[in-house]
Design a protein around this ligand. Sequence first.
Ligand SMILES: [Fe+2]
Length: 401
Amino acid sequence: MTIEKDKREMSGKASDQQWPWWPLLPLYPYGRRRTLFRELIANQVWSFEQLQGLYYVAVPVRLTAVKVSEGLMLLNPLPPTKELLSSLRTLEEKYGPVVTIVLPTSSGLEHKISMPALSRSFPKAQLWVAPGQWSFPLRLPSTFLGIPNWRTKTLGEDGFPHAETCDWIPLGPLDLGLGRFQEIACFHKPSQAILVTDSLVGIEAKPPELFDFDPTPLLFHARERGDEPLQDSPVARKKGWSRIVLFASFLRPAKLAIPSLIDVFRNAFKPGLLNARSHFGLYPFRWEEGWEKSASELIGETKPRLQIAPVLERLVFPRARQTFLDWLDDLIALRGLRWLISAHHSAPIPFNQRDCRTLKRRISSDLWANGKGDFQFLDGLDKTLIKSGVVPQDPLKEFKD
Ligand SMILES: [Fe+2]
């Protein structure tokens, strides 16, 4: 199947996928956000996925809708395109109105950026946000960010929504210097699913279905050099996805070299590649032998591989190991835990107390947040931030008293 035909068959109407606020956080795919709508757990949990990324390093971001007694609760906002809203309206007709919208993270910019627009789409919904919301580079109160104060409550400080249906389990807070890290997981008892934002993910080798709309990011990164055309095949898609996962997880994986500018330009602007889609043949990366092994440590071949997001492991938690262990203990205490639904990557994935204990063992071992191999770049970044005083040595100090 050619890419063009594939796009025609899979795409919805472009006008229903417009996101006019994209310049606020200019991430791929910019003004056009396709949404993949799926039921994750019958009559209980639904997923809305869109792609977000930089330089074609795009990963799925998920808004989750869950059934609560009065209607529906939304967690982790996404840009409310017409396409997304039309699927949500269908759900409302069957399961009741959207009564609550929750932003359960204080740090994940990609989740909070669309909270104002989503809340305007549901003017009667009660809004809940994680405490300590921050914006970078300026610290602004929530009203400046477009989150209406009069119908907004803070998780923890004002209680928690839908306590009859959900248990809420905070991870953090930690002081990051620039702001704070905290996310509040939601255990939705009827579906036995724990809903998290960034802390835990499950990644699998099969590229996310969202790329069926347009596999360009996969094909772009499946190449070795900028003068290679973008050619579609299942192998190319899988290869491109593995590399995107490495980029997204480690920012600069160990097996990634940056070629000289002369090399990059020598391979650029070749016939057939003089278009924006191919970035005019500019490909400023070179993958070294052994990159597949790095990828296999993150990606499950036949089922999602459960892990703590590597960026969090090395940048947020290296000095707060106990905080993560305590949170996992709270998850172990949940009765009937069966599924993990994260705001990124695969969902739902089977998840129970045994998985929590396996994660605890990993965190307690020497492998945790070490600065070796693929973690080298994040390790260097972390040390630089500490040395310059941007990030505090003790991320718990501010919250100890
Ligand atoms: Fe995120």
